[in-house]
Design a protein around this ligand. Structure first.
Ligand SMILES: Nc1ncnc2c1ncn2[C@@H]1O[C@H](COP(=O)(O)OP(=O)(O)OP(=O)(O)O)[C@@H](O)[C@H]1O
Length: 255
């Protein structure tokens, strides 16, 4: 599905500008990574898609349709939303967590649970984990359940808000690979928020780099963000987040 942000802005009630004037198109089936410093409006922008945030001005269109015309609850149930920690219901088992939204949408319990069991494999989880509660899983496993839950309602859009920032680097890379695979297998459109430029480079088809005041600094494929930054702020942001090989080498020699 295509998502269009058409001149959206958000000023919160206390006067804080969450998002300036942003126009951005996320193409069908693309992984668009929103990246930028803390407070640059990444989460605010993303939450406009499922109406967790209502823009102060401008419109968000999904496949040409203004989300304002959609019932917010139905809209949210049709869009996968993955947050740090997985956002799982603590008193429900893995399989029931995954089956919850389809059941709310009217799918029968048995069918929803059978589908949930199938999804476990798709996100790299063993079926033996189905009966566990979230507290009995590792951080990485919880994230995978979160992804399965987001996919369970046949969502065509996945919104992922810094989902992997609390897991260790090795598991994080596995999860990033999983996102790419899921995107490929299911053909979903993914909007992924991170403030880690390296995660953005790894995952993104395109990167939207936001700056202070919620302004869009550059939208481009990773190689162009790296090779031809639009301005000094983009260059500095990318530079600050990249591994400093030269420093590492110098340290190595000094020891
Ligand atoms: N409910 C709110 N009320 C007032 N200001 C808010 C609210 N939510 C967010 N903001 C402000 O809006 C700006 C953008 O916040 P947002 O969470 O979208 O940024 P972000 O880029 O996702 O940040 P981070 O990387 O730290 O998560 C910040 O200045 C933040 O303090």
């Amino acid at each position: 599905m295509t998502i269009v942000f058409d001149h959206v802005s958000k000023t919160y009630d206390d006067g804080t500008i969450g998002v300036g004037d942003v126009s951005l198109t996320v193409r069908d089936g693309e992984v668009m990574v929103l990246v930028g410093p803390s407070g640059s409006g990444k989460t605010t922008l993303m939450r406009m898609v499922n109406r967790m945030v209502e823009p102060t001005s401008g419109r968000v269109l999904i496949d040409g349709r203004d989300v304002r015309g959609r019932d917010p609850i139905a809209l949210r149930r049709s869009i996968g939303y993955v947050i740090q920690g997985g956002g799982l219901l603590p008193h429900r088992t893995v399989v029931d967590n995954i089956a919850t939204i389809p059941m709310l949408n009217g799918v029968g319990r048995k069918r929803a649970r059978d589908h949930a069991m199938g999804l476990l494999g798709k996100v790299g989880l063993d079926a033996s984990l189905a009966g566990r509660y979230p507290a009995q899983l590792s951080g990485g496993q919880r994230q995978r359940v979160g992804v399965a839950r987001a996919l369970a309602a046949d969502a065509r859009i996945l919104l992922m808000d810094e989902p992997f920032s609390a897991v260790d680097p090795v598991v994080r890379r596995e999860l990033q690979n999983e996102v790419r695979r899921v995107q490929h297998d299911f053909g979903v459109t993914v909007v992924f928020v991170t403030h880690d430029i390296n995660e953005a480079f790894f995952l993104a088809d395109r990167i939207a780099l936001l700056g202070d005041g919620g302004v869009l600094e550059q939208v481009d494929v990773p190689s162009r963000i790296l090779g031809t930054p639009a301005n000094e702020r983009v260059r500095a942001f990318v530079e600050a987040g990249r591994p400093r090989m030269d420093k590492g080498v110098r340290c190595g020699l000094a020891v």
